[in-house]
Design a protein around this ligand. Structure first.
Ligand code: NI
Length: 181
């Protein structure tokens, strides 16, 4: 019997901000997209929209599983959420693209990052179906950024040591100020 009354509404999860050792962990693949993973995906989507952001990876909410959500639809456009488990890049283009990236775990920090412009990915969707798709433009950048999180890589890790240190020092200072506020 379904315990319908037990179903909780979606939840907004706290987002971990850098510097934090939990953001450097490598995430584990999910066995299958079951109810627990679907719940995680739904909560992550809710959390991402509330932030607001265009992508969120499970380690950013303290779950070291290979799960991410993205929606790069512009304001005023129809929402277009994608929920991915165990995403893999099967192919990436030699052609590169540069986008100014930000990250919900590095609040108010932005920098230009160069990545492959197009990629072919495979993943498990919300219904545990295997899917393959071509990605390009902002979606390609966003999904590559989120897959990096599953390896413990932040967008600042693509920058020079100098630029990375400036951003991380600002974030450390911000954390100290928040701790004493
Ligand atoms: Ni991020």
């Amino acid at each position: 019997m379904h315990k319908r009354g037990m179903l909780k509404p979606m939840a907004i999860l706290p987002i971990i901000t850098a510097p934090d050792p939990r953001l450097k962990l490598k995430s584990e693949p999910v066995e299958k997209v079951d109810d627990a993973i679907r719940r995680l995906m739904d909560d992550m989507l809710e959390t991402m929209y509330a932030a607001p952001g265009v992508g969120l990876a499970a380690p950013q909410v303290g779950v070291t599983k290979r799960v991410l959500v993205v929606d790069v639809a512009k304001e005023g456009e129809q929402p277009n959420p994608l929920m991915l488990a165990n995403p893999e890049i099967l192919w990436a283009s030699d052609e590169e693209a540069v986008y100014e990236e930000g990250c919900l775990s590095l609040p108010d920090q932005f920098a230009e990052v160069t990545r492959p412009a197009k990629a072919h990915i495979r993943y498990l969707d919300h219904e545990n179906e295997i899917r393959e798709t071509e990605i390009e433009g902002l979606l390609a950048t966003c999904i590559q950024h989120e897959i990096d999180h599953l390896e413990g890589i932040l967008f600042v890790d693509h920058l020079s040591g100098l630029k990375r240190n400036i951003i991380l020092r600002k974030l450390s200072k911000l954390k100290r100020m928040q701790a004493t506020a």
